[in-house]
Design a protein around this ligand. Structure first.
Ligand code: C2E
Ligand code: MG
Ligand code: MG
Ligand code: MG
Length: 277
């Protein structure tokens, strides 16, 4: 392990009561990109009533030579603080386009794939240009791409976000707000920016109390009044699914249906899902 150095970051881990030295160096990100240590897993999103897969979310993983499999929670915050999220995020977009193209070329069933985009990545001047380039390079229909942004990414500069999202949606890209309800929750931004879907933060769904469910019901109603698709995240039990269906939540995602899986396994899930149709 590398010691000290100016590029070592200490992160406070809630619950650990101490500062944990992740000793993840900027140098690691550079090598990870060069050596192709990053890879994606795909988690299906399903229609709440029928269970048919409508799309999937691409989730980043890191095959680290010393640490083994590293999950995004352990390195995305560091990548965001150091700016490495920009090249890493670009790699994710390119990899999703490459993967979709590979599925298409193999004659496999394909659904829209959602990519998580960090605020810093979205706020870059050339964000839209880069997305366009990646789609064109792999000849992928923009309707097969979705971007997930947090409220934070949008509210910092609503006017600029409105323009960028307008351009993306004009191309046919789907836009959703991730972890909705736990960010700024400045509800006024919702009708000012063009979005297609709200992804309800999983804390609302996993909270058993009446409070969490009331907020959730209110958000579903709000989404529907604004003509948005509402997606419930983090569905782990049949009971949670039943409640979401009862509240007319449109789509759901969670371990109850499937964990995020490697591309090859996702293709099998998708093949099984289309047969049900
Ligand atoms: P997110 O975008 O909200 O993604 C959903 C997270 O919830 C994923 O964690 C997923 O594995 C997890 N999840 C899904 N269903 C369930 C469930 O039923 N129960 C529980 N307990 N968890 C569930 P993951 O893969 O560890 O990713 C964590 C976060 O890291 C993501 O949250 C996203 O904010 C970020 N992230 C992941 N990939 C990327 C990426 O390519 N770029 C950027 N900028 N951020 C990413
Ligand atoms: Mg997401
Ligand atoms: Mg989320
Ligand atoms: Mg998130």
């Amino acid at each position: 392990a590398k010691e000290g150095g100016r590029n070592t970051f200490r992160l406070y881990m809630p619950g650990s009561r101490s500062f944990v030295d992740h000793s993840l160096l900027v140098y690691d990100f550079e090598r990870a990109l060069a050596e192709r240590e990053f890879f994606l897993e795909f988690q299906p999103r399903v229609h709440a009533e029928t269970g048919v897969i409508t799309s999937a979310e691409a989730l980043l993983r890191w095959r680290h030579p010393q640490r083994g499999r590293v999950m995004p929670g352990a390195f995305i915050p560091i990548a965001e603080r150091t700016g490495w999220i920009v090249p890493i995020g670009r790699w994710v977009v390119e990899e999703v386009c490459r993967q979709i193209r590979e599925w298409l070329d193999n004659g496999q069933p394909v659904v829209r794939i959602a990519v998580n985009v960090s605020a810093r990545q979205f706020q870059r001047e050339n964000f839209v240009a880069h997305i366009t380039e990646a789609l064109e390079a792999h000849q992928v229909d923009p309707r097969l791409l979705e971007i997930e942004l947090t409220e934070t990414a949008v509210v910092e500069d609503v006017e600029s976000a409105r323009k960028k999202l307008g351009r993306l949606r004009d191309m046919g890209i789907t836009v959703s707000i991730d972890d909705f309800g736990v960010g700024y929750s400045s509800l006024s931004f919702l009708h000012q920016i063009p979005v297609d879907a709200l992804k309800l933060d999983r804390s609302f769904i996993q909270e058993s109390g009446v409070g969490g469910w009331s907020v959730m019901e209110t958000i579903i109603d709000l989404g529907h009044r604004l003509n948005l698709c509402v997606v419930g995240e983090g569905v782990e039990t049949e009971c949670q699914l039943a409640l979401l269906r009862d509240r007319r939540c449109d789509e759901v995602q969670g371990f109850f249906f499937s964990r995020p899986v490697p591309a090859a396994d996702f293709v099998r899930l998708l093949a099984a899902s289309s047969i049900q149709l």
